[in-house]
Design a protein. Structure first.
Length: 225
């Protein structure tokens, strides 16, 4: 950054409080943000923010300025205010009995931050470092009695949530997994794993006739930095 810009900004600023609009550029781990004041391309680093939720990059904020003091005092509501993408599939996927199978998703909704990539369709990737909750759900076809299970894997190795259903009959089942809050670094990811301990192979169903919530899906909810 050219510090002469900051010096001129302070020198030319009128006395007293000013309310200005700005844009969040980066969210830092020390609970500060780097911002751009509206109409300017220079980035001001390490600005403290006062908000009831952690901001997201590229969102608009109000900046309270008084000479050299700058405080981000709130986010400006918009379509991209929250980060909660949901990946889902609308076609059946076969699950081999006794084998962990990674669920392959086909589409996503509410994904302004591009957590889902068609080139790696099983994943939701953290766009910023922070705390998250993950959720996954599956609807199973009818088949032999036994366990149907869904689990959420973090970075391909660590299981952070699972849910199962023990069926004494051959009817289908619903399984859901919800994680406790956990920490993700930007670029880390989650996946959904399907497992069935039955005598016959099963499929996970994408049943649009019973509302969209029955689609196999995985969600990532951002809690803040």
């Amino acid at each position: 950054m050219d510090f002469s810009y900051l010096i001129n900004l302070i020198r030319e600023a009128p006395q007293g409080l000013r309310l200005r609009q700005g844009k969040i550029v980066t969210v830092n781990s020390n609970r500060t943000v780097d911002v751009q004041i509206a109409g300017d391309t220079n980035t001001l680093p390490s600005v403290r923010y006062l908000s009831n939720y952690a901001p997201l990059p590229d969102t608009q904020t109000w900046l309270l300025t008084q000479n050299a003091d700058i405080l981000a005092i709130g986010m400006i509501a918009g379509l991209d205010r929250t980060l909660s993408p949901k990946a889902y599939r609308t076609a059946l996927q076969s699950i081999t009995s006794g084998t962990d199978t990674t669920v392959i998703f086909q589409a996503v909704e509410n994904d302004a931050w591009e957590c889902w990539d068609a080139g790696q369709p099983s994943r939701l990737t953290a766009p910023i470092t922070g705390r998250y909750i993950a959720q996954a759900q599956l609807k199973w076809s009818d088949g032999s009695a036994g366990v149907r299970r869904v689990s959420i894997k973090y970075n391909g190795t660590q299981e952070i949530a699972y849910g199962d259903a023990q069926k004494a009959t051959a009817h289908g089942a619903h399984t859901t997994a919800i994680s406790p809050p956990f920490y993700m670094t930007k670029g880390e990811y989650i996946e959904t794993i399907a497992f069935a301990e039955v005598s016959l192979n099963l499929i996970i169903i994408a049943d649009g006739d019973n509302y969209e919530e029955w689609f196999p899906s995985m969600s990532l909810i951002y809690l803040g930095s």
